[in-house]
Design a binder for this molecule. Sequence first.
Ligand code: ZN
Length: 232
Amino acid sequence: MHFLKQYLDAFVHLWYPHICLQCGTDQLEKQDVLCKHCINALPYTDFENKWNNPIHKIFWGRVSFYYANALLFFTKDSIVQLLITELKYQQNKKAGWMLGRLMGYYMMNQMTSDPIDTLIPIPISPSKKHQRKYNQAQLICEGIQSITQLPILEDLLIKPSELASQTHKDRIRRMDAIGQSFLVEQAYKIKNKHILLVDDVLTTGATIEAACTALSNAEWKNISVFTATYTI
Ligand SMILES: [Zn+2]
């Protein structure tokens, strides 16, 4: 059986070569999109989990997070930009899972003083999800989950459609009136929990802040944020 699988893998590789996005070598793990060398050479922020790190500072005066961090620096024309482009526009789900696994390893080492209970992916609009077929933040959460075993609450935070269903119409009118862009369903699921908001890119923090506003009435214990990349 093992031999047959190796044979099939070699056959598939011949027709669909699996190569590192950065350097082109075919010496990489099946589940990755970069080889070990290129993974090690990624521009890690190495921000410590201190209250005055640059990610916390983005939210000063807006949201008080327990942990606020980003794994990689996002710069133009870099391998990180390519990873995000692959993830969002080229249907390359492996890029998301790989980023998530790297975040998972980081969490196991660095986010231990008050462990996370639940992962919450930042949702995208239903029209974008329809187009892309998936939410990239959900894939990142799945990568984190494969390392940490933490549960993912995919349907807790909801971005309503522009063409909202009748059941939500009144709520959405109220949300518009107060400038709110997310709905929260089944908030009891995060009662007394340390929740972690997860997204692919952090720029101004406006989306994350909007998610926190929507979650402000839920009785969570602590709230944190961790994104795959941070735009500088
Ligand atoms: Zn490489």
